[in-house]
Write a protein that binds this ligand. Structure first.
Ligand code: NDP
Ligand SMILES: CC(C)=CCC[C@@H](C)[C@H]1CC=C2C3=C(CC[C@@]21C)[C@@]1(C)CC[C@H](O)C(C)(C)[C@@H]1CC3
Length: 597
């Protein structure tokens, strides 16, 4: 009779099948026939584990501590946690274990050999090994983000784990050769995207693009594929008054934000378990802003200034976003966040941000910038464009096209502010740092490029027939319905998974304690909210007609943005949820558009 190492009632660390994560478990018994231990997780889930998947509690450290030791996401992420990549060695009685704190093994040798371990684990598949080789050599050269991009792009190009595994099982050389072209294309993409050059690229490209589209909007024949118009003299960019207006607007919004009006909502738990509080009074802010603007117009304020000084206002806002990003960079970094996301590269850190939730006392800079000056500014600018159109064409009322664009986008923003709490469960708030990308995105990109349809219509009117108006409105409402319902469903579920209103929905439990919705909207496609958003984007461009590409810019940009976000989210969820995510993907096969994508 072999000796039983762990006894009934012992508290030990049990490896979660197919991952390198260990959770605290209690031994319930040992079956000498199968040589398996039955263990129970904290949530009551029982599993059978082999002896080598069990360790004593000593010799472990919390994952957060080990994370902060390694600043390399490349190293951390290439350590496969996907069950698809590893051989499952234990049998499970239930599909999932709801975990307490996830713990990784930490022995002196495992620490010493982290790099070796990475290589061994990722060699399980040819494609992954190519990625790993790339990432490791590039990591050594100080380009850890390089591998992140390859990984993201691999996923973008559908080289997901299942395909990779399929190829490793069936492919051999042929399959790998077939991938060469794809890899080549990926590498060309990388020339543009690779970081830190990628961060430089985006730092220059994003402002240049805003300038390009604004200048195009002033041309008689605007297009996205026209050569850029000649740069106006430098002094035309600058207008001190425009800067004052922008500062006043931001301060005004900040004042509304800090007023003790409206609900204090709790964010999602941070890694430390803390839940930050957010003042969700965005609807109040837009209402007050509308009243103030209406009074100002009534008092004779000429809002068409916004149209005639669009470039100067954009420049002023850009300057503010750069100053804000510098401030965000020089604030002391959030080490816990940086240890997970930041490779410690100055440009990359500046671009992506070093803190998840930078705050000045209770003033949350990311939340404020994402939901207030830019978003409400977007509606203000659209309204100003409608006035400019009336002035330019001597109209008593704006055109149908202008009214539709204004109303559609106003509805989108008002809805976002009305459901402001839901933003707390979105990727930006939960996972992304606050650096130049979001500061610029929130303050400049949103108000100065999302308004392009209205800006375009001032100089390029497009007459709409009544049936066209009805068709476009119907499309918008369909998109809005899908967008709102799906976002609310996920938000309600994340806030209270046992919400009785959602009890009819099927879910998959995951090892993190959170479950995934597999029916309802989230059972139709994996991102129903993106689907609704895309349909709405289509309805925003249609009123501008088909004469030029410029008003279709948002649609094109949005497809790229959402496809990229979906890939990023897919890889993040696969990392978080492992086999449960794969099961979700098997059940819900399409990402955004049913039966298409
Ligand atoms: N107009 C614009 O410029 C933009 C608009 N948007 C819109 O903003 C909204 C938010 O988008 P975004 O933050 O990108 O993504 P989501 O709101 O879709 O959030 C993704 C997260 O939802 C959770 N999740 C995914 N699948 C499930 C499931 N089956 N069941 C339960 N939870 C699930 C996961 O987080 P976890 O499990 O950790 O909770 C995942 O990381 C969308 O409507 C989008 O269209 C987004 C970007 C730009
Ligand atoms: C190219 C570049 C600079 C990208 C930055 C992306 C940001 C512009 C967007 C990322 C996610 C966003 C969201 C909204 C606006 C655009 C950004 C900031 C949003 C606030 C718009 C209103 C919606 O109702 C929303 C609240 C769902 C949405 C959230 C995501």
């Amino acid at each position: 009779m072999p000796t039983v190492k762990y006894q009934k009632g012992d508290t030990v660390m049990g490896r979660w099948p197919g991952s390198s994560l260990y959770y605290q478990v209690k031994v319930l018994g040992f079956d000498s026939k199968s040589q398996l231990y039955t263990v129970i997780y904290k949530d009551g889930t029982e599993l059978e584990l082999k002896e080598q998947d069990i360790k004593s509690v000593t010799g472990f450290q919390t994952r957060s501590r080990s994370r902060s030791r390694s600043r390399s996401p490349a190293r951390r992420r290439s350590r496969s946690r996907s069950p698809a990549r590893t051989t499952r060695r234990s049998s499970s009685r239930t599909a999932a274990a709801v975990a307490a704190t996830a713990i990784t093994e930490s022995t002196p040798s495992s620490r010493r050999d982290t790099r070796l371990k990475d290589t061994v684990e990722v060699r399980l598949s040819p494609v992954v090994s190519a990625y790993a080789a790339l990432s490791l050599s590039d990591y050594r050269q100080g380009k850890p983000h390089f591998c992140e991009l390859v990984r993201t792009l691999c996923i973008c190009n559908q080289l997901d784990t299942q395909k990779i595994n399929y190829l490793s099982e069936h492919g051999g050389r042929d399959a790998e050769e077939k991938l060469n072209l794809t890899k080549l294309i990926l590498l060309i993409f990388l020339l543009f995207l690779v970081l830190p050059t990628g961060a430089y690229f985006w730092l220059l490209f994003l402002p240049a693009w805003v300038l390009f589209v604004i200048l195009q909007g002033n041309l008689t024949d605007p297009s996205l594929i026209n050569a850029p118009p000649p740069l106006p003299p430098l002094d035309t960019f600058w207008d001190a008054q425009a800067l004052c207006f922008v500062i006043l607007w931001i301060l005004f919004q900040a004042l509304l934000y800090i007023l003790p009006v409206g609900k204090l909502s709790e964010g999602m738990p941070l890694r430390s378990g803390v839940r930050l509080k957010y003042r969700t009074n965005g609807f109040f802010a837009i209402m007050v802003s509308a009243i103030v603007v209406a009074v100002a117009v009534h008092q004779g304020a000429d809002l068409t200034y916004i149209h005639s000084h669009f470039l100067q206002l954009a420049t002023a806002t850009f300057i503010i976003s750069v100053l804000l990003s510098i401030y965000l960079y020089v604030r002391s970094p959030d080490l816990e966040f940086a240890s997970v996301f930041s490779p410690g590269n100055v440009v990359y850190d500046f671009f992506k941000g070093r803190e998840l939730n930078p705050r000045i006392k209770n003033f949350d800079l990311k939340f404020f910038c994402e939901m207030r000056p830019g978003l409400i500014g977007w509606c203000l600018i659209n309204f100003a464009m409608a006035l400019a159109e009336m002035k330019k064409h001597n109209l008593d009322a704006p055109s149908y096209a202008m009214i539709l664009v204004n109303l559609f986008q106003l509805l989108y923003v008002v809805d976002g502010l009305w459901n402001e709490e839901a933003i707390l469960t979105t990727m930006d708030l939960m996972h992304d740092g606050f650096g130049f990308m979001l500061a610029f995105g929130d303050l400049v990109w949103v108000p100065f490029t999302y308004t392009l349809q209205a800006y375009y219509l001032v100089l390029h009117p497009n007459a709409l027939s009544l049936p066209a108006v009805i068709a476009i409105v119907t499309l918008k409402l369909i998109g809005f319905y899908i967008f709102r319902k799906s976002n609310s469903e996920k938000n309600a579920f994340r806030r209270n998974p046992s919400n009785p209103k959602l009890s009819h929905l099927k879910t998959i439990p995951t090892a993190t304690g959170k479950s995934l919705l597999v029916s309802g909207w989230w059972g139709v496609v994996r991102h129903p909210n993106y689907l609704g958003d895309l349909i709405m984007a289509l309805a925003w461009s249609l009123p501008c007609g088909f004469s030029h590409l410029l008003p279709w810019y948002y649609m094109i940009y949005f497809i790229i943005l959402l496809v990229h976000r979906d890939s990023r989210d897919m890889s993040e969820c696969r990392r978080k949820y492992g086999s449960a995510w794969d099961e979700y993907c098997r059940t819900v096969r399409y990402r955004i558009i049913p039966r298409v994508y």
